[in-house]
Ligand binder design. Structure first.
Ligand code: FES
Length: 115
């Protein structure tokens, strides 16, 4: 049976101190891992720093009108929640996000097989 364990790390002490505009992205480092944060429709999303296709820096792309993160290199579009590419070829790694007492936490999933 596949068991998932989530390890939560505080990424930002106070989300109110993040000064960004709707549909913008930024890079932070959490648990020694660079990740991308995006603000879309009042929700914060966290996903991989680099595109799974050929390593484009996702934060240098943009969020399109449908709410997809668009890679700057070949313009692949990834769903912010699922990471699914609009053509189904690649998945962008996404991370869980929670806000607790104004602090932003990012969850790293660990999968273990238990027999
Ligand atoms: S490197 Fe991102 S779409 Fe090709």
């Amino acid at each position: 049976m596949l068991q998932k364990t989530i390890h939560w790390f505080k990424a930002v002490d106070d989300v109110n101190n993040i000064h960004w505009q709707e549909n913008s992205m930024c890079v932070i480092e959490v648990n020694d891992t660079k990740i991308t944060l995006a603000l879309n429709k009042q929700s914060i999303h966290a996903f991989a720093y680099k595109c799974p296709h050929a390593g484009g820096i996702m934060s240098e792309g943009f969020i399109d009108a449908m709410g997809n993160a668009v890679c700057p290199v070949h313009q692949y579009r990834f769903n912010l929640k699922t990471g699914r590419n609009s053509t189904g070829e690649d998945f962008l790694k996404t991370y869980l996000v929670e806000i607790r007492d104004s602090a932003l936490y990012v969850g790293f999933e660990e999968k273990n097989w238990k027999f």
